[in-house]
Design a protein around this ligand. Structure first.
Ligand code: 13P
Length: 254
């Protein structure tokens, strides 16, 4: 199984700051090479620059969103083909912030997944329950519904490429992380649901944990059998903490 550390920079960093952060990450990985797959997701305007900077480095570049249609009159949107044309090879879709603030449904997110795979781009599909849903113990129903609604019935190519990220909404940016037991329980559940959706191929789909993951709690989280790395927000905005997470993932893999 691959191990992945992906940094979701969200709406942070201007051009200079994005270039500086990426240069630091690249230099850290050069001096301490890793078998971990490292992905960075800067904002749209800096994706092409980022792709050029990491072209020879083995670091991958992800967008944070794309549109589900191949082209058309969708002012302000970016297609999967456009991302492909500038060297982007991964794309986060269905992040809870997009579901919450932009009303993205599982149907739309599922179409984004298909659009990306048609362009040879790896979708990082995010799922996860809110605090209210966890409090009423609905987390498994919620996540199962998200997975089935967005991923069932996709072309088989999709399952060969897909990465899933479990991000409990109550843990995102709150400093409150899932315990290792909570993460493992949900990741194992996601794996079993993915088997019903995708068949045996699901055993090769990396499932990342996201939500206040940082060097202090990562060793425990990454040690879980079904946690195959992390989707990192806040701790990806500093090269030192991001590189430390890569190092921890590498240690746990060994
Ligand atoms: P934080 O690591 O800042 O909680 O963000 C997680 C996240 O949303 C990554 O996509």
């Amino acid at each position: 199984m691959r191990t992945i550390i992906a940094g979701n920079w969200k709406m942070h960093k201007d051009r200079r700051a994005a270039a500086d952060l990426l240069a630091e990450v690249v230099s850290g990985l050069r001096s301490s090479p890793s078998r971990v797959e490292v992905i960075v997701a800067p904002a749209f305007p800096f994706l092409e620059m980022a792709a050029a900077m990491v072209a020879e480095e083995g670091v991958r570049v992800a967008a944070q969103n794309c549109h589900q249609e191949p082209q058309g009159a969708y002012t302000g949107e970016v297609s999967a083909a456009m991302l492909h044309s500038i060297g982007v090879d991964h794309c986060i879709v269905g992040h809870s912030e997009r579901r919450q603030y932009y009303g993205e449904s599982d149907d739309v997110v599922g179409r984004k997944v298909a659009a990306l795979v048609a362009q040879g781009i790896t979708p990082i599909y995010c799922c996860g329950e809110s605090l209210e849903e966890r409090d009423r113990e609905a987390q498994f129903d919620v996540v199962a519904t998200q997975l089935h609604a967005a991923l069932a019935g996709q072309d088989h190519q999709v399952y060969g490429r897909l990465v899933v990220a479990y991000e409990p909404v109550w843990a995102i940016g709150t400093g409150r992380t899932a315990t290792a037991a909570q993460a493992q329980e949900m990741h194992a559940f996601i794996r079993s649901e993915l088997v019903t959706v995708a068949g045996e191929e699901a055993h090769d789909i990396p499932i990342l944990y996201g939500g206040s993951c940082k060097p202090e709690n990562a060793p425990e989280l990454f040690a879980c059998t079904d946690v195959n790395g992390g989707l990192i927000g806040g701790a990806s905005l500093e090269a030192s903490s991001f590189l430390e997470l890569v190092r921890i993932a590498e240690t746990v893999m060994a």
